[in-house]
Design a protein around this ligand. Sequence first.
Ligand code: ZN
Ligand code: ZN
Length: 346
Amino acid sequence: MKAVVVREPMVFDVEDVDVPDVPERGMLIKVRACGLCGSDLRTLRSGHRNVKFPWTIGHEICGEVVETGRNYSGKWKIGELLSIGPLSYCGTCEFCLSGRFDLCENQTEIGQAVPGGLAEYLAIPEKYIKLGNIQAVPDGMDPTHAAIVEPVSSCVNAQEKAGVTLGDSVVIIGSGPIGCIHISLARSRGAIKIFIIDISAERLKMAEAFNPDSYINASESDPVKRVLELTDGKGADVVITATPAPVAAVQAVQMAKRGGRIIQFGGMPKGNSTPGIDMNLVHYRGLHIIGTTTFSPVHNHSALKLIQSGQVPAEKLISHVFPLNDFKKGAALALEGKVLKGVFVP
Ligand SMILES: [Zn+2]
Ligand SMILES: [Zn+2]
């Protein structure tokens, strides 16, 4: 079969490899669509702590069951089209037992623990079926839309944690696909003012389809000053960092309203994750800084419904659909920041 093989940072291409064996209690999936994520771009650029090259990445997957293992006992049947959330949880740690699966100590991920979905076929071990995030694709949903449930799930988790609600003003720093998903979710949850910040005019333009209320180009004006101007000097109820830039966390604290909530959504570069936040602002203004990563099955279920209902407009998020054979070309374009969300179709 064809699969993307990453040999070392920035050295990758589509290669001929063996179709994976069907796991004894798992499934073999024929991939119909696989998204390329910001974290995949990081892995392509500089590797990943959980990934040993050569490796096949890809964790935003939609595919069809083509074979099940000898001792398979899951509910999905051959021929069924599935949206495959890539996480598995142990089900036994204190976090799983208290329903906080996103904090599971033993989380594993397709595309890291097992080869990923940028391939014609994908083997799914039992644990992703038993305690994971696999859902049937609703009738009529485009496989490329069903593939991008994963990033939406993480954003749903974040906004729930921060309690984004009716009447909130929400600032989103970073105008990539995650920033655009956050715009849609904040609107659905009742935010009345949504500001998007980026340092690139080109990226800000990509957010236009999501109708934020104001655009702030941080390379042209001081974003903290602009947010204060736009909120009568008070700051925003919620600030979401959707960028790896460490300075975003510093600015988020400066532009939050008294009692405001800051969602630290973006992971920062290794070795550059202590940005120098003024903790006196946090103290005297009673701010809440909320860290968030990944999601629980409940968020994955909401995310699929939100895409189905159009509240998260997948057709606007997906700016490019490439044949898998064009991975090199598509990934290069994405690495240059010219793609909002790219999906590959084998
Ligand atoms: Zn992703
Ligand atoms: Zn656990």
